[in-house]
Write a protein that binds this ligand. Structure first.
Ligand code: SF4
Length: 457
């Protein structure tokens, strides 16, 4: 999960459940495929699917318009959905007769034709918007607004099979449901063809990808539903002339994560791992019920860095978890110092309604939680400054995000994910465009950002 945002009060924070969408699907197998696509997109966008009219925030009626009898059946279905629920989006073949539908049911929210997945999803979003939820959203809110064409999020699964004590995602989003690897690859190919230069792979638990599919093979190429195989396939989408960055988020350090490191060494995926460690004290990790939190993590980080010296590791932590003593917290600071993580965020623990951790004893007072968070962040800033200063004098690859028209540009290195990590601020960057992948000579650094000048393509 992305982490726990800063606390606002000691009462458990309430997370709104996602809006529920109902669907009535009429017609032929093609219409059924359209319905499946719509449901997949809605599920991916975070909507829950409902089985009846009553509990739905909006109902989609996928109509058939082949024969008069089918049209009549479609109109009846729309009428039933209007009577039972009243918030109805109509799609499918009969959508071609929008005027007839609107004349009979002036209150329908939207009418689209067949194979109009995007328009249907847009209509659902307008009718039942999902409020941003910092506790559970994988993508930073700003990221959604600002995602430029050259950077795309690629969601590979939804849900989670773990039961971390502070987290309610499994209750909200259900158990792990992985997408087919060939479908993910097709989506990635389309994104790359449309100009994406960086794929940000997200899920609740990226390293568990494909477990629910028994890591089976799919599609004509027999691509295995496993993160190593998927990452390799994504890494092969680029060409020497138009490379594509593949960045993995929310990776738990299961044993097979070691298999990803050679892909980084080969240059197929970015030398970047976003691992939400959350803590380092074995006692607290146990209380948190964290997956893959074994004692050898430091050793493994060293082994990874021996193979890929420029590996950047980002993580999030929670300070002041119930039962955390000053000794546990000090253990965390010492661990951070040894692990030398590149980018970290830390949140003062906050109870979330429905989370098992609320029942744990020993919640440190708010001031202590916040003081520990601040101490952690001061430590992390010093560590980050130290690690970034090693880049001064080097020439590194930078993906340009923005140009300001007066010769300045902002980009990111392989070590920087958008919105959550640092930036590379460039001077004398005339003629660059967002999406350009260039070389930059680094002249200065501070605690979070690098400063440099373009040094060629
Ligand atoms: S791994 Fe733990 S924190 Fe992450 S989504 Fe699953 S239960 Fe929540």
């Amino acid at each position: 999960m992305p982490g726990v945002p800063p606390a606002a009060g000691d009462a458990p924070a309430r997370i709104a459940p996602p809006p529920v969408v109902g669907l009535v699907s009429l017609g032929c197998p093609k219409a059924l495929v359209d319905s499946e696509r719509i449901l997949t997109e809605l599920r991916r966008a975070g909507y829950a699917l409902g089985a009846d009219y009553a509990g739905a925030d909006v109902v989609i009626v996928n109509t058939c318009g082949f024969l008069d009898s089918a049209k009549e059946e479609s109109l009846e279905a729309i009428g039933e959905a209007m009577a039972e629920n009243g918030r109805v989006v109509v799609t499918g073949c009969m959508g071609a007769e929008a005027a007839r539908i609107r004349e009979r049911f002036p209150g329908v929210l939207a009418v689209t034709g067949p194979a109009a997945t995007e328009a249907v999803v847009e209509a659902v979003r307008a009718a039942a918007p999902i409020a941003p939820q910092p506790f559970v959203d994988l993508v930073p809110e700003a990221g959604l607004k600002l995602t430029p064409r050259h950077t795309s999020y690629l969601k590979i699964s939804e849900g989670c099979n773990h039961a971390c004590a502070f987290c309610i995602i499994p209750q909200l989003r259900g158990r792990l449901v992985s997408r087919r690897p060939d479908a993910i690859l097709r989506e990635a190919e389309k994104l790359v063809a449309a100009g994406t230069r960086e794929l940000l792979v997200i899920s609740q638990d990226t390293s568990a990808y494909g477990r629910d599919l028994a890591h089976a093979r799919f599609g004509a190429s027999g691509l295995r539903a496993h993160i190593t195989d998927l990452a390799r396939a994504l890494g092969q989408l680029g060409t020497p002339e138009a490379p594509v960055w593949v960045r993995l988020h929310y990776v738990y350090p299961y044993a097979h994560v070691d298999e990803l490191i050679p892909l980084m060494a080969e240059g197929l995926i970015l030398p970047y791992l976003d691992i939400p460690f959350q803590h380092a004290s074995p006692r607290i990790l146990k209380a948190m019920r964290r997956p893959a939190s074994e004692a050898r993590t430091l050793e493994r980080i060293r082994a990874w860095r021996a193979m890929v010296p420029d590996l950047a590791i980002r993580s999030t932590f929670i300070a002041g978890f119930p039962g955390e003593t000053e000794a546990d917290f000090q253990h965390l600071l010492d661990w951070l110092e040894e692990a030398e993580l590149d980018r970290v965020g830390c949140f003062a623990y906050e109870p979330v309604a429905g989370a098992a951790a609320n029942a744990l004893p020993g919640l440190p007072p708010r001031e202590v939680r916040e003081e520990r968070r601040d101490r952690f962040m001061a430590h992390a800033a010093a560590l980050s400054a130290r690690r970034l200063s090693r880049k001064v004098g080097q020439t590194i690859r930078v993906l340009v995000d923005e140009v300001d028209g007066t010769g300045g540009a902002t980009g990111r290195s392989a070590a920087d994910a958008p919105e959550i990590d640092g930036r590379v601020l460039l001077r004398d960057a005339h003629g660059l465009r967002p999406g350009d992948l260039i070389l930059a000579h680094i002249e200065e650094s501070d605690a979070f950002d690098l400063f440099g000048v373009p040094a060629g393509q």
